[in-house]
Design a protein around this ligand. Structure first.
Ligand code: IPM
Ligand code: MN
Length: 348
């Protein structure tokens, strides 16, 4: 029997609750579709930091390298560890180390979910550059704490990095409605963003069947609210993609529905799958987190592992469940109840 080896990093807060839920669904999908999932869980988290002084051990990246995929719940517990420390100690280094340069985030309304736009149908795929740009980590502070203090943080856009994410987005568009909207701010940022626009035009020349639009990030924020149905694939830099995907989460009903995949397209390392919502300390451990985002992310993982039929069954089970109003409206059912309903739909 085919076996997939998963590294689980439940992490902090509701990351733990939703990882359990997602893994129950993955195991059930494996039983139904005749493959095996072997998983190893790592306790890397803010608690781990408090106990050991590090978010993950020094050989953490090497440990993860041997797995077929990574599932991550959430990272962050700002009351005890500053976010700038916890995220730079776990999530962000994993994205960079394994060259997970494509962050894929689908935004659409699941059946039964109304969303704040009152049931306007839309189906957006956001492709976010995930390893450089505004998140390159190049910068520093001088004269810290003094009157003459200076802080700089430089965006780094490489030709290779921009070209590959654009190609990835165009390839995705070819499997969908063949429309790419490239989001920049080239009216204000005349080096990096003008460069990105130029690269978009260059790459677009290789995809004559794809319709390309260019938009500025501010106008795109408005368009995602006013006319989301007009969008197919969006491609954006690391920070812009980060911001637009929280907006995408909002219009799809909330962060409890927003899934994501950090993909290493060349397969040189494992890809990582995680819900967008974060650790949500205020609702952690209360059995009220919506597991749908995590379960959707797990379906993306199954698809990536070559288990397309299992991925489709999981999404069908999620949709059958939300269509019945379970997991569709925040606070109505517990994490366990939603998970149980999805499991029942999967095994039907
Ligand atoms: C996300 C998160 C992270 C990001 C944070 C936690 C560093 O907001 O995955 O969207 O900005 O990438
Ligand atoms: Mn974010």
């Amino acid at each position: 029997m085919k076996t997939h080896n998963l590294a689980l990093i439940p992490g902090d807060g509701i990351g733990v609750d939703v990882t359990d839920a997602a893994m129950a669904v993955v195991q059930a999908a494996a039983r139904v579709h005749g493959f095996a999932i072997r998983s190893q869980s790592f306790p890397w988290s803010c608690n781990h930091y408090l106990q050991t002084g590090a978010m993950m051990p020094a050989d953490g990246i090497e440990t993860l390298r041997g797995f077929d995929a990574i599932f991550l719940g959430a990272v962050g517990w700002p009351d005890t560890v500053p976010d700038s420390v916890s995220l730079h100690g776990l999530l962000l280094p994993i994205r960079k180390a394994f060259n997970q340069y494509a962050n894929i985030r689908p935004h659409r309304l699941l059946p039964g979910v109304e969303g704040p736009l009152k049931a306007t149908a839309f189906d957006i795929l956001c492709i976010r550059e995930n390893t450089e740009g505004e998140y390159s980590g190049a910068g520093g502070r001088v004269h810290q704490g003094r009157e003459n203090e200076v802080a700089v943080e430089t965006s780094v856009f490489t030709r290779a990095g921009v070209e590959r994410i654009l190609r990835f987005a165009f390839d995705q568009a070819m499997t969908r409605r063949r429309h790419v909207t490239s989001v920049t701010k080239s009216n204000a940022q005349k080096f990096t963003m003008v460069f990105w626009d130029e690269m978009t035009r260059r790459v677009a020349a290789d995809y004559p069947d794809v319709i390309v639009s260019h938009m500025h990030i501010d106008a795109m924020a408005a368009r995602m609210v006013m006319a989301p149905a007009s969008l197919d694939v969006i491609v954006a830099s690391n920070l812009f993609g980060d911001i637009l995907t929280d907006l995408g989460a909002a219009i799809q009903g909330g962060l409890g529905f927003a899934a994501s995949a950090n993909i290493c397209p060349d397969g040189s390392g494992p890809s990582m799958f995680e819900p967008v919502h974060g650790s949500a300390p205020d609702i952690a451990g209360r059995n009220i987190a919506n597991p749908v985002a995590a379960i959707w992310s797990a379906a993306m993982m199954l698809d990536h592992l070559g288990e397309q039929a299992a991925a489709q069954s999981v999404m069908a089970a999620v949709e059958a469940t939300t269509a019945r109003g379970i997991g569709a409206i925040p606070g109505r059912q517990s994490t366990d109840e939603i998970t149980a309903a999805i499991l029942a739909a999967l095994e039907e």
